[in-house]
Design a protein around this ligand. Structure first.
Ligand code: GSH
Length: 217
């Protein structure tokens, strides 16, 4: 059954500093869906409580409850929300090439982005030194994004006039917040222009910022 509104507000298990959560919150907001937030303090390991593990056996946020459905994993949640509530179909195209291009970037979000920029920022948040190889991997990702975004406005766009998709939301947050980990986005003008395009979307909502080290200011 497809509908454009949930019967009751979607519940989002969140932490204000989680980029994985933010991409879900951003999509819920862009779609104008009603939702309420339940804080899980990951620094107090609340994600490992039996009650939370019953929702996600991997013990990670984000998780949503939508009526009878409990669903974990930011990529899975973005796909679900698009399929279930985006009547326009533009956030997750149906055509084989369009859908595959989105999936390519969801994979990048779970691999190069999570192990690169997200990790760099997390190290800074908890005051842990970050391995050089992770910084290198982050810059290699931004090089690829910068070069692909030279020819198109959004990551999975097939044409210069194409609309944003959930691929952009999945990559947005940890890219926008990587200066908090000490990596400057100055060398990546196409990435910065892409961030600005996402931030200009009606109803855009950002994630709470943390202090930026001088090296990346
Ligand atoms: N693949 C998961 C990764 C989620 C994730 O890494 N969540 C972090 C917060 S940003 C978390 O819950 N960490 C706590 C832990 O792993 O114990 C997704 O995309 O949702």
């Amino acid at each position: 059954m497809s509908t454009t509104r949930p019967a009751t507000p979607i519940r989002l298990y969140y932490h204000a500093l989680s980029g994985h959560v933010h991409r879900v919150e951003l999509f819920l907001t862009l779609l104008g869906l009603p939702f309420e937030k339940v804080e899980i303090d990951i620094f107090k390991r609340e994600q490992r409580s039996p009650a939370f593990l019953a929702r996600n056996a991997f013990g990670q946020i984000p998780v949503i409850d939508d009526g009878e459905l409990t669903l974990a994993d930011s990529g899975a949640i973005l796909v679900y929300l698009a399929k279930r509530y985006d009547a326009s179909g533009r956030w997750l195209p149906e055509d084989p090439v369009g859908a595959a291009k989105v999936q390519r970037w969801l994979s990048v979000a779970a691999d190069q982005l999570a192990n690169g920029p997200a990790s760099v920022r997390f190290s800074a948040l908890v005051g842990r030194p970050c391995d050089d190889s992770i910084v290198k991997q982050s810059k290699a990702l931004f090089d690829v994004m910068n070069s692909e975004l030279a020819a198109q406005p959004f990551l999975a766009a097939s044409t210069p006039t194409a609309a944003p998709t959930i691929a952009d939301l999945a990559l947005y947050t940890y890219t926008a917040h990587v200066p908090e980990g000490g990596i400057s986005l100055e060398p990546y003008p196409n990435v910065r222009a892409w961030l600005a395009r996402i931030e200009a979307l009606p109803r855009f909502v950002g994630m709470q910022r943390s202090p930026i080290p001088e090296s990346a200011a």
